[in-house]
Design a binder for this molecule. Structure first.
Ligand SMILES: C[S@@+](CC[C@H](N)C(=O)[O-])C[C@H]1O[C@@H](n2cnc3c(N)ncnc32)[C@H](O)[C@@H]1O
Length: 277
């Protein structure tokens, strides 16, 4: 089976959708890790029958498989043509799931459209920090005032050359030095499964593109607060490991902070001026 070397992340996922037999490879992880991750996300969301859900970068579409019977509408946004095609076929006979071709920073939905927005394992794949900030602004725009926003698997620190899946040896050595043995076993297991699949010619080898971004946790919250969202962070858990440098964020719409003063509104600013006299 062929080896593919995509030029960027979008092409990487496009190739996965075009050539991989296993649906799960569209999420870049195996079945067990993806099921574990998506189940953990669903556990944290309160679902209601009238809710409209947006999944930005749905990958294998696992989230919608699990929740589409429990909500009113599910919309997925994907920039990779082959994923849109494959997911549209997959959900062909499910009337409340729609997959749209778009990038995360240009959402074509009206303001206040969604009750739940999930973006898991996607922000880190964007080319620039500006694109990530534009994406967060778009998320805030299309979220209604009581929405839950789940931003998952987002690195708060640089993860080394090639980021998560890049130079395996360097990454493994770094984790061993950090004493993170559970994660080393997890990485080793994943590599073994991927290599076996390739050698047995079950799946093609798609070399991950070496791009990716991270934002430190404090800065991420500062960005969210100035956009008008706030919430909590928790270290990302995969099935076999706790990520050393990634967080899951659960956010809610909030009054935006002024980026210069760090205050909420004109009335806050008035009180602050009074106090400083
Ligand atoms: C690592 S997979 C995550 C899939 C799924 N969210 C999950 O957690 O299983 C990344 C997904 O994001 C998509 N993606 C990449 N760049 C994107 C962008 N700019 N906007 C929206 N989705 C993007 C990929 O095509 C792929 O489906």
């Amino acid at each position: 089976m062929k080896k593919h070397k995509p030029a960027n992340r979008i092409e990487e996922y496009d190739l996965r959708a075009r050539y991989c037999k296993d649906d799960y490879l569209m999420s870049g992880r195996g079945e067990y890790d993806t099921d574990y991750r998506i189940n953990r996300i669903v556990d944290r969301l309160t679902l209601m029958p009238h809710f409209r859900v947006l999944d930005i970068g749905p990958g294998s579409g696992r989230l919608f498989e699990l929740i589409h019977t429990r909500v009113s509408e599910c919309h997925g946004v994907e920039p990779a043509d082959s994923i849109v095609e494959r997911l549209s076929k997959k959900f062909d006979d499910v009337s409340n799931v729609q997959i749209h071709l778009a990038k995360s920073n240009r959402l074509h939905f009206d303001d206040d459209s969604f009750d739940i927005i999930v973006i898991n394992g996607v922000l880190n794949l964007l080319d620039t920090k500006e694109e990530a900030i534009e994406t967060l602004q778009e998320i805030r725009r299309v979220a209604n005032e009581s929405a839950i926003i789940f931003v998952g698997e987002f690195p708060f620190a640089f993860e080394g050359p090639g980021q998560l899946q890049g130079n395996g040896l360097q990454r493994t050595w770094r984790k061993i030095r950090q004493g993170n043995l559970q994660e080393v076993v997890g990485i080793g297991f994943r590599k073994l499964v991927q290599t076996t699949r390739y050698l047995l010619r079950i799946e093609p080898k798609i070399i991950p593109s070496h791009t990716g971004i991270n934002i430190p946790e404090d800065e991420f919250f500062h960005i969210c607060r100035t956009i008008g969202m706030d919430g909590t962070a928790e270290r990302t858990r995969f099935k076999y490991e706790i990520a050393a440098s990634r967080n899951d964020y659960i956010l809610r719409p909030a009054t935006p902070l002024d980026p210069d003063t760090g205050l909420h509104s004109a009335s806050d600013r008035f009180h602050s001026n009074q106090n400083s006299r």
